[in-house]
Write a protein that binds this ligand. Structure first.
Ligand code: ZN
Length: 160
């Protein structure tokens, strides 16, 4: 079966940045499982997977615009330490979710200077070119229920 809209796809992947550093891989948690054609993956990756089959192995390089976008400097802000619940525990690299329009936003602390903390609301992979090596491990037709819900059921998906 070819990967097309309303197929459930599993794939192994290694994700590297342009410096060859591994940012993520399926080694720890097993293959990624998703419902194809509903925008669960970044658009550039979904386009490349279209038409592939079990056993296909390929490399994809995605410019930031096809992945998580360019970094937006307006999403970097300085806030006083006193606005945090435990100001003394703050460290560069800490991440936390805050409610925002259209759902929670993940903020990363990028600098601490005196009483001010710099937080970055960009996706951690914004501005990065993503270099994937992908192996398709399973392709099956989605059930009607999965299509109606817009996500995968069973292993790697929802278990309701
Ligand atoms: Zn469901």
């Amino acid at each position: 079966m070819d990967i097309a809209k309303n197929t459930v796809v599993s794939f192994d992947f290694i994700l590297k940045n342009n410096d060859g550093q591994v940012l993520d891989s399926s080694e720890k948690d097993g293959p990624l499982v998703y419902l194809h054609g509903v925008g669960q993956l970044v658009p550039g990756l979904e386009n490349e997977l279209e038409g592939k089959k079990i056993g296909d192995r390929f490399d994809v390089s995605l410019a930031p615009k096809d992945a998580y976008g360019e970094k937006n400097d307006e999403l970097i802000q300085k806030v006083p330490k006193s606005e945090f619940q435990s100001p003394t525990d703050l460290q560069v690299g800490m991440q936390f979710e805050v409610p925002a329009q259209g759902g929670n936003v993940l903020l990363t602390i990028t600098a601490i200077e005196g009483d001010m903390v710099e937080v970055d609301g960009n996706h951690p992979l914004a501005g990065e070119t993503l270099n994937f090596n992908i192996t398709v491990t399973e392709v099956r037709a989605a059930s009607e229920e999965e299509i109606a819900h817009g996500h995968v059921h069973g292993p790697g998906g929802h278990d309701h």
